[in-house]
Design a protein around this ligand. Structure first.
Ligand code: ADP
Ligand code: MG
Length: 193
């Protein structure tokens, strides 16, 4: 049985737009159990260390972003002073940290069967402009990398959700202490298990 825990952050745009309730509803009604939740205004350092220094990940992010510049006929050197994917990836990590610390976030730990992949499915594509209707990002957001990159900022996409088990474990420990995580039975577990 693939009982997993995953970390969700409702990013500052979700909080400021009054979307905490609608977002929580999507996860709760799908059967995911809220086992920890709090509002945090993250310092720049706390936001920075949420995004690990992972050169491979930054390089990939930079390459994707570089493609966006080319696709939209923007000269990356003119815009951000470099066309080196790793440098761009590092820049996006800075933009992400700036975004995450720009206001309060709601940090949540969700538990459930295949919680990590289920939460990603419910959340939708990272880039709101490609997120399908019915997903949270598809229904509530519209940002595109072309707009984000031309403004030298992160893609604004309401939510962070862990991508894989090691990431989930690291991120849960980053935002919560063990005594902030709770154990209880949801009534629908009687039907499920
Ligand atoms: P996810 O949040 O779906 O796990 P990633 O881990 O790939 O996505 O990226 C982390 C965050 O970086 C995204 O949630 C988004 O806010 C931002 N981001 C992703 N791609 C870009 C990009 N090309 N330009 C600017 N910001 C980006
Ligand atoms: Mg990610």
């Amino acid at each position: 049985m693939k009982l997993e825990r995953t970390l969700v952050l409702i990013k500052p745009d979700g909080v400021k737009r009054g979307l905490i309730g609608p977002i929580m509803e999507r996860y709760e009604r799908a059967g995911l159990k809220v086992i920890a939740m709090k509002m945090v205004t993250a310092s720049r350092d706390q936001a920075m260390s949420h995004y690990p220094v992972n050169e491979e990940h930054m390089q990939l992010m930079g390459e994707k972003s570089l493609k966006t510049y080319v696709e939209y006929g923007l000269d990356p050197i003119e815009y951000i002073g470099t066309n080196n994917p790793l440098e761009i990836g590092k820049m996006i990590r800075e933009w992400n940290s700036e975004y995450l610390s720009s206001g309060p976030v709601v940090a949540i730990v969700l538990e459930g069967i295949h919680a990590i992949s289920n939460v990603r499915l419910l959340t939708g594509n990272t880039l709101p402009t490609f997120a399908l209707p019915g997903t949270i990002r598809g229904d509530f957001s519209i940002d595109s990398p072309a707009l984000a990159n031309s403004r030298k900022r992160a893609v604004i996409n309401l939510i962070h959700a862990s991508g894989e088990p090691e990431e989930a474990e690291r991120e849960i420990n980053h935002w919560f202490t063990s005594d902030e995580i709770h154990t209880y039975k949801r009534s629908d577990e009687d039907v499920m298990f």
